[in-house]
Design a protein around this ligand. Structure first.
Ligand SMILES: C[S@@+](CC[C@H](N)C(=O)[O-])C[C@H]1O[C@@H](n2cnc3c(N)ncnc32)[C@H](O)[C@@H]1O
Length: 236
């Protein structure tokens, strides 16, 4: 999929105001992908994902169109490529257990739930906004965990202890350095070997770059329309 040049230029010009540069981030990762197909070429995601890319895009469009609750700013909504990645991974790898932090208006949540309906899997989502709990009243495969902002790191760690090892962990919550470092470490412990950690706004702090340089030998950053996504597998 091609995005308007203007969006790409805006990303390069402005980036994440308080974060790290694209150039530094790309030096910490093994690969810098411009589209999802390149992640397949680099063997970061399986070939079979490709057949779900279009469906993932349609499901993302439906979630954006359906969304009328407006719990949070629309600028927080996940973009198409991140949602195609989530959707296609769940479908192609038949994932059963997914964790995400950061629900907001529920775009990535709705996309993941829709894919998990096909695989019989469940989603555990975490946010500090109570309104998120009402977003998917009929979803039987959804466990929403409301965190108290002041105790969020402890509450997240305690809740995650009671969840089995996970196939996919998606970070899209607090993008500060302290939180991202804490969450990436927790996710790395909790993922199955071969499971994937995905981060939206991987350029928001040095945390993704530090982790990918130190812990993994296989990691990529992917340019979405306005945002930069990090992806890395848990190695054995
Ligand atoms: C960028 S939005 C998430 C967007 C969402 N993934 C989507 O697809 O539209 C970030 C969310 O993280 C939540 N958040 C902020 N700090 C948090 C924390 N410490 N723990 C959990 N959620 C947090 C915010 O309330 C907000 O809803």
């Amino acid at each position: 999929m091609r995005y308007p040049l203007f969006d790409r230029l805006e990303l390069l010009k402005i980036g994440y105001a308080k974060g790290v540069s694209l150039s530094w981030l790309s030096q910490q990762n093994n690969f810098f992908a411009m589209n999802l197909r390149e992640l397949i070429d680099q063997k970061l995601i399986p070939n079979t994902c490709e057949k779900y890319f279009d469906e993932g895009f349609s499901v993302w469009e439906q979630q954006v169109a359906l969304n009328n609750k407006k719990i949070a700013s629309e600028r927080w909504n996940s973009e198409a490529m991140l949602c195609q990645l989530i959707y296609s991974l769940i479908r192609a790898k038949e994932l059963k257990l997914v964790v995400e932090t950061g629900v907001a208006n529920g775009i990535s949540t709705g996309v993941a739930l829709s894919a998990l309906d096909h695989t019989g899997g469940v989603l555990h989502s975490f946010d500090v906004l109570a309104g998120c709990a009402e977003l998917f009243p009929n979803a039987k495969n959804w466990h929403f965990h409301l965190l108290n902002l002041k105790k969020a790191p402890d509450e997240l760690a305690d809740t995650v202890k009671n969840i089995p090892e996970t196939d996919l962990w998606i970070h899209d919550a607090d993008h500060g350095t302290t939180w991202q470092r804490m969450e990436f470490a927790l996710a790395t412990q909790k993922l199955k070997v071969g499971g994937l950690l995905i981060s939206d706004d991987a350029d928001a702090s040095p945390a993704w770059g530090e982790m990918s340089k130190k812990l993994t030998h296989q990691s990529a950053i992917l340019l979405d329309r306005r945002k930069i996504i990090g992806i890395t597998p848990k190695l054995g």
